[in-house]
Ligand binder design. Structure first.
Ligand code: 5GP
Ligand code: MG
Ligand code: MG
Length: 181
């Protein structure tokens, strides 16, 4: 059988690893946001599984919403993004927690934070499952909640894609180079 698991060279985070991370992050977020009714803003599509599992571990009143943004091709240096799907929640006065799958350069996040600041959010923080430190990180803010740091290398699964595929893998794995080169 040609399963997609055959395309993975190494499991970076197992289902159990991910569950442990979500439990830990959920407990911290519960404590930090008690009484604030935050809006967790998932960035589509990569954050879907993380969002779904993380919020099961958040035991305080909260809401979810989603945004889909894409980088403008050819204007990478300006870090401008195009909003493909906007929030349906009004941001003004709300405590926003952005839910990301992976932070690399931070370009996309910078634009989203600027946008949420303009819309007068009461506070803006970021939770990311994966933190991939790269030399050209441009993020202007600290990521408050980090699942785990991972070394350089292209990972897929648990929402993360290569060419829109592999999002359905229940764990995070390294894609064999022959599938993306
Ligand atoms: P940044 O704007 O921080 O440079 O890019 C972050 C975005 O790039 C992530 O939300 C994700 O969509 C994509 N990305 C970065 N590294 C990886 C990776 O190793 N695997 C996958 N599937 N996507 C990645
Ligand atoms: Mg993303
Ligand atoms: Mg992608």
């Amino acid at each position: 059988m040609m399963t997609i698991q055959n395309d993975i060279s190494e499991i970076v985070l197992s289902v159990e690893d991910i569950e442990a991370i979500n439990t830990r992050l959920g407990e911290r977020i519960t404590a930090d946001y008690e009484g604030k009714t935050p809006v967790l803003v998932g960035l589509l599509k990569g954050s879907i599984m993380f969002m779904a599992d993380l919020i099961k571990h958040i035991d305080t009143h909260m809401e979810i919403d989603f945004m889909d943004v894409s980088s403008y091709v050819g204007t990478k240096s300006t870090g401008e993004v195009k909003i493909l799907k906007d929030l349906s929640t009004s941001v003004e006065g709300r405590h926003i927690l952005i839910v990301e799958d992976i932070v690399e350069t931070g370009t996309t996040l910078n634009s989203i934070i600027e946008f949420l600041t303009y819309r007068k959010a009461a506070s803006i923080e970021i939770v990311t499952l994966l933190d991939k430190p790269v030399p050209d990180r441009k993020l202007n803010v600290d990521v408050k909640y980090i699942g785990t740091k991972i070394p350089d290398g292209f990972v897929v699964g648990y929402g993360l894609d290569f060419d829109q595929q592999y999002r359905n893998l229940p764990y995070i794995g390294l894609l064999k180079p022959e599938f993306y080169s």
